[in-house]
Design a protein around this ligand. Structure first.
Ligand code: AMP
Length: 352
């Protein structure tokens, strides 16, 4: 029996280099490993927590799907689907919520962060409940945001996935998934849900830095290089990346912003190229302009072919439809079987 691997990305915008190196590139590699049965989805229901514009939501789903396929995900090798194409997920979400405590949901770090953002509160206090209740009534935190971990758990548990390749930021949600699985199993005395583990294919998880000298490349950080960026845009972004005044003494420690550029070079450039610039930094002969030009050149070799394919695939509605239709069929088959078991276990049974 192959192990089931499942992961998804929220439909909230275009994919950037952080998504590519942190997630998508590994998805593509896993497709060719016979040990795994892979499922990758576009999480459109999860995107609803921020009440997106309906046209924009649909466009985002299409973008991410096209980007998945352009980066090399293959519907013949992996099950590629849209979350909302599996309505069984929504029903199990209702059922599982009956075993989830609002307290434990309120205590998750991402909920506290996002709730405070929604309310416009800057605070480090632990009393998010008081903050929510005390806020004036025209601002609200929707219940979907609170129950986000239940939905994520259901995405995983309904497919009985063993391995979930996600970044470190998702570890707390995955821990909750395991807890909900154990709780359901022990409450009913069954072994319905396996406990999923986080999983990194090959080396350690990478954290792709931003171009603004900050820690992480991220959609909401505004510091991203997107797979869809054209040549001019990408070059401009890289040339504007934050650096410093340059080394003054040999072997001087490297500042965070310059280290970020080296980290991107490690991902995109050949090792001897990176060594050349590391040596030039050490002997103070480095010119950041040359280094950035090199980085832009090597990034373009990776992103431009993907960009070309994204543009082609975006216009190929028949291919997009075919890809997610076979994906939805496969995902639904497994989801329906798990949902039927869960209903039976919980006593939701038919008279006819
Ligand atoms: P998100 O864009 O936050 O929905 O993340 C989708 C996937 O991309 C998750 O598996 C993240 O862990 C991964 N990811 C997002 N940003 C980065 C980054 N800067 N470095 C590495 N992985 C990332």
């Amino acid at each position: 029996m192959k192990e089931i691997v499942l992961s998804g990305i929220r439909a909230t915008g275009n994919l950037h280099l952080g998504n590519y190196y942190g997630a998508l590139r590994n998805f593509v590699r896993m497709q060719d490993d016979p040990a795994y049965d892979n499922m990758f989805f576009v999480a459109d229901l999860h995107a609803l927590t921020t009440n997106p514009d309906p046209e924009q939501l649909h466009a985002n789903v299409k973008n991410i799907l096209a980007e998945y396929l352009a980066a090399g995900l293959d519907p013949e090798k992996s099950t590629i689907f849209i979350q909302s194409d599996v309505p069984e997920v929504s029903e199990l979400y209702l059922l599982l919520n009956m075993h989830v405590g609002i307290g434990e949901l309120m205590r998750t770090a991402s909920f506290k962060d996002k709730a405070r953002k929604a309310l416009g509160i800057k605070s480090d206090s632990d009393d998010i409940e008081k903050e929510i209740i005390g806020t004036d009534s025209n601002k609200r935190v929707n219940a979907g945001l609170l129950t986000y971990p239940t939905l994520m758990a259901v995405d995983i548990l309904i497919q009985k996935a063993h391995k979930v390749p996600v970044g470190k930021d998702q570890e707390q949600h995955l821990e909750l998934t395991r807890r909900f699985a154990r709780r359901f199993n022990s409450f009913y005395g069954v072994e319905l849900f396996p406990e999923p583990q986080n999983f990194n294919f090959g080396a350690n998880a990478v954290k792709v830095p931003g171009l603004d000298g900050s820690g992480k490349m991220g959609k909401s950080e505004g510091n991203c290089i997107y797979l869809i960026d054209d040549e001019k845009t990408l070059r401009k972004k890289v040339m504007r990346a934050v650096t410093d005044e340059g080394p003054k003494t040999p072997n001087q420690p490297v500042s965070q912003s310059v280290e970020n550029i080296f980290t991107l070079m490690d991902l995109a450039c050949a090792p001897d190229v990176v060594k050349h610039y590391r040596d030039a930094y050490a002997d103070c002969s480095i010119r950041y302009g040359d280094m950035k030009k090199q980085l832009a050149e090597d990034l373009l070799k990776i992103t431009l072919p993907i960009r070309e394919r994204i543009l082609d695939i975006q216009n190929d509605d028949a291919y997009l439809a075919r890809a997610v239709k076979i994906g939805a069929e496969r995902a639904r088959e497994r989801a329906a079987a798990t949902l039927a078991e869960a209903r039976e276990i919980m006593g939701i049974r038919k008279f006819y």
